[in-house]
Design a protein around this ligand. Structure first.
Ligand code: NAP
Ligand code: MG
Length: 402
């Protein structure tokens, strides 16, 4: 069969460890035989980031601005142990943080639902989508260790030179401080993309912060969402029969656990990081979740929400069998190909993405899956496949469903 032709390249961001191995297998077995792949390749593997002084990460984000759609493999965010392991020049920043700072926007994460993998929370009947603000807060913070007694202040120097200051704390012992920031335009575009996404999906939108404690910072988020809703989205939501609902973050957590699902939960950056891991685990597995960064300028970056699966990689290096779930990484590829198909008006490309997703789900529902799913499935006698066998089983299903 003739391969599907592409017009515009995808930005391909390769990554690290076990997910880098899966990346190669997915391309070899599930993409390249069917698609005449046009991609601009950026190697975000830690060694290459180190060689390029992390310039490759910045270049890949700028390429995403140029072409509009990227697909990203999981990458190592270095810590002290990684600096030693890879003999790094510096403890490079999180690539996701760097890319999100350049593209801005909101990360939408939704569980991939399959029959036979029931959510741990019995009341959940429908997927819950997390909309995570992708800019600022603790991901763009500055921090200081305070060695001993002394005063810490926040100082704002306006462009015209006038100053405002507040005391953070008068220390009488050693301590720590953290300076966070966010930007009004970024919060506004976060709100717009959440309201727009809710309308697109015809689902209620929930938003929560800690505005009772954080009366300026978090309250600004709350106010911006409310103003946008009142000024623009209220009639659209009413016409669509959906609701916007604001509450405190702790109340939201309690309500989510008792809900039926089927809504979009907008979270500040850190809340979204933590809550999406909780949701994906409770829906089955970290590897059963899609993740896409949507920038206010209409750039899309598709990724898996989980990490590089380091423990499996070390087994792989020793020649041992691994059974690593590639579903989230496959869905990153299908998300990117589908979007490229939509933007370039190549319906065959979008249809191929649909078929590959269906083949992935059908393979699991037939009982062929990786170890993480086999441990929790309600299907009788699941067949546990290794990392490559699972990808080949999907290829088999895909070819049989042609
Ligand atoms: P992780 O890679 O998400 O893996 C944590 C554990 O979750 C694994 O050991 C495994 O459990 C299970 N798991 C995750 N993904 C799986 C999959 N696809 N298939 C089967 N099991 C899976 O998190 P980590 O080990 O804490 O972090 C490793 C590296 O990833 C770190 O260097 C971190 O910086 C990076 N990271 C990157 C991203 C990203 O690029 N988006 C996100 C998070 C972390 P078992 O070992 O019990 O099988
Ligand atoms: Mg996380």
């Amino acid at each position: 069969m003739a391969k599907i032709q592409m017009k515009t390249p995808l930005v391909e961001m390769d990554g690290d460890e076990m997910t880098r191995i899966l990346w190669g297998m997915i391309k070899e077995h599930l993409i390249l035989p069917y698609v005449d792949l046009k991609a601009e390749y950026y190697d975000l593997g830690l060694e290459h980031r180190n060689e390029t002084d992390d310039q490759v990460t910045i270049d890949s984000a700028n390429a995403t601005k140029k072409y509009g759609v990227a697909v990203k493999c999981a990458t190592i965010t270095p810590n002290a142990a990684r600096v030693e392991e890879y003999n790094l020049k510096k403890m490079w920043k999180s690539p996701n943080g760097t890319i999100r700072a350049i593209l801005d926007g909101t990360v939408f994460r939704a569980p991939i639902i399959v029959k036979g993998i029931e959510p741990n929370v019995r009341t959940w009947k429908k997927p819950i989508t997390i909309a995570r603000h992708a800019y600022g807060d603790v991901y763009r913070d500055v921090e200081m260790k305070i060695p001993g007694p002394g005063k810490v202040e926040l100082v704002y120097t306006a462009a015209d030179g006038h100053e405002e200051r507040v005391t953070v704390h008068d220390f009488d012992s050693a301590g720590v401080v953290q300076g966070l920031h966010n930007l009004i335009p970024s919060i506004e575009s976060f709100a717009d993309s959440c309201f727009t996404y809710a309308l697109e999906k015809k689902q209620d939108l929930w938003f929560a912060t800690k505005d009772t404690i954080s009366k300026k910072y978090d309250h600004t988020f709350k106010d911006i969402f409310q103003e946008k809703y009142d000024e623009k989205y209220k009639p659209l939501f009413e016409a669509a029969g959906i609701e916007y609902f604001y509450t405190l973050i702790d109340d939201a957590v309690a309500r989510v656990m008792k809900s039926e699902g089927g809504f979009i939960w907008a979270c500040k950056n850190y809340d979204g990081d933590v809550m999406s891991d909780m949701l994906s685990s409770a829906f089955g597995s970290l590897a059963m979740m899609t993740s896409v960064l949507v920038s206010p300028n209409g750039y899309y970056e598709y990724e898996a929400a989980h990490g590089t699966v380091q423990r499996h990689y070390y087994k792989y290096l020793k020649g041992e069998t691994t059974s690593t779930n590639s579903v989230a990484t496959i869905f990153a590829w299908t998300g990117a190909l589908r979007k490229r198909g939509e933007l370039d008006q190549i319906p065959e490309l979008s249809q191929f993405a649909d078929r590959l997703e269906k083949a992935t789900i059908d393979t699991i529902e037939k009982g062929e899956m990786t170890g993480d799913l086999a441990r929790i499935t309600s299907l009788k006698n699941p067949i546990v496949l290794n990392s490559e066998e699972f990808i080949l089983a999907i290829k088999n299903t895909l070819d049989s469903e042609e």
